[in-house]
Design a protein around this ligand. Structure first.
Ligand SMILES: [Zn+2]
Length: 307
């Protein structure tokens, strides 16, 4: 973490300058401060050759050298240098420093979150700390499933997160844009309307569900959850998930085309394009399928149910 963000190699000599972190309840912040003090060396990009002068310490100082009469010298500094300000923000009480003559050599330890300091470095642990695992959503199988189309899954994921810039969101931010749906020009454009309720969109997405004689929930969020397991036939369920994502992608693409160009297509053309995309995607997927009966493939299911 530190060597990455500060641009210092892990085996850099300066890393050895931090002592006692992890012992006697001394937090890493202290080691961090010491490390940065000693990072103010000629090779440090942000401080360059002025590093030792900025830190006010010779290049090969030890942590104890940062004390003046028992206090961190930096605590009373009024410098606006970012390195100094960072140090002031994170150094622990100066009493943490062992000034006894028999104090051990300075050394550097890693402390990640609330875990005890350690001399072992783990990128995985640091990654997990910097990017904590979010709350598991109950619709992820509808978006992240095997065989999905990458650009479709991304738009679907944004949509499930309600992050697509539909007009209701733009209006809620105070932007002066029309609030009505680009397709029907009757109802306000929201995620629910644009992808589920609008007559234009229904012609695309509901084409696929009508072919299966299934009745998905009308509410957007319920509909996405329903896609996790819409029916017993695994091939039909798989194609429905692909069809949903392809429909969302095609509708959103058409929406943006209308905003940025003068062209527009009827829903039947969007549906035709969506079906073509799906059919061409199912071919390679079918080749990878291991089925005992040739009629159990995705492509056969496609022609039997959806074509
Ligand atoms: Zn509409």
């Amino acid at each position: 973490m530190l060597h990455d963000s500060l641009g210092v190699a892990l085996d850099d000599e300066r890393i050895k300058y931090a002592s006692k972190a992890g012992e006697e309840n001394i937090p890493l912040d202290w080691a961090l401060g010491a490390f940065i003090l000693n990072t103010a060396a000629p090779t440090y990009d942000n401080s360059g050759e002025s590093g030792p002068r900025v830190a006010g310490l010779p290049l090969h100082s030890v942590v104890a050298d940062a004390l003046r009469e028992g206090q961190w010298w930096i605590a009373s500094s009024r410098s606006r240098n970012p390195i100094i300000q960072l140090l002031r923000a994170c150094i622990p009480p100066s009493s943490a420093v062992n000034l006894h003559s028999d104090a051990p050599e300075d050394r550097y330890l890693w402390k990640i979150g609330d875990a005890a300091p350690s001399n072992s470095f783990s990128i995985a642990t640091i990654w997990d700390h910097l990017h904590p695992v979010g709350v598991r959503v109950d619709w992820f199988e509808s978006v992240w499933f095997k065989g999905r189309i990458p650009k479709h899954d991304f738009i679907s994921w944004l949509n499930s997160r309600d992050r697509l810039l539909t007009r209701d969101r733009l209006v809620s931010w105070g932007l002066l844009v029309p609030s009505t749906c680009l397709f029907c020009n009757t109802y306000d454009e929201s995620r629910q309307h644009l992808f589920f309720d609008c007559s234009y969109s229904k012609e695309v997405w509901y084409y696929f569900t009508s072919k299966t004689h299934l009745s998905p929930p009308l509410n957007f969020e319920d509909g996405v959850r329903w896609l996790k397991n819409p029916c017993r036939d695994k091939n039909v369920a798989w194609i429905l998930r692909l069809a949903y994502q392809a429909s969302v992608y095609s509708i959103w693409k058409e929406c943006n085309t209308r905003i940025h160009t003068a062209s527009s297509r009827p829903a039947s053309a969007v549906l035709m394009e969506t079906k073509t995309m799906l059919r061409s995607h199912l071919g390679p997927l079918t080749l990878k399928q291991r089925v005992s009966n040739p009629s159990d493939t995705l492509l056969v299911t496609w022609f039997r149910v959806f074509q």
